[in-house]
Design a protein around this ligand. Sequence first.
Ligand code: UDP
Length: 185
Amino acid sequence: VTPCPPAPPELREQTLVLVKPDAVQRRLVGDVIGRFERRGFKLVAMKLLQVPELQEGRGYVCGYPCIIAPRCHQADRGLLDRHYQHLQQKPFYPALLAYMTSGPLVAMVWEGYNVVRSTRAMVGDTDSAQAAAGTIRGDLSMHVSRNVVHASDSVETALREIGFWFQRDELVAWESGDSQYTYGP
Ligand code: UDP
């Protein structure tokens, strides 16, 4: 098989998508992934993990099985604090932390032309009640506090967030053979 030539930089934009714990519980992972795949984006990293929750008097407690057990729990809670740094002063932040640590989530990196903006459009309004039909939140959720997915909101944020959730060597650089069909010559 002849290897495909590397894609030009504009086709290499990347974004972070989280399938949040409510969506994992509700068996919506495949639906979410399927939407990005069918759109034509390329999956370059993916993992299932549970961020440990903070329990009164017990410190950080991970679920079982906990694939991140070998790593420092403080650092993992720190992951959510970094990820949601802009929200730490909001009244809903403790509830958001409880939600995000309530069960496993799926972290993914998707790549492709304009992927950050396109993905945000596919995800829909933060408030699921306002999200348009056809969007992930508009189709699969009803309330802002259980809104199924996260997607980075700018190219700069995406770079930062990918660094929070993935080590460099967890991203797989691969060339897809469908480029001339999805992007043209
Ligand atoms: N959130 C919430 N209540 C609010 C606003 C936000 O629980 O009133 C949660 C919700 O899960 C949202 C997350 O906080 O997805 C991050 O908020 P942000 O404003 O960054 O929205 P997003 O980028 O996720 O659309």
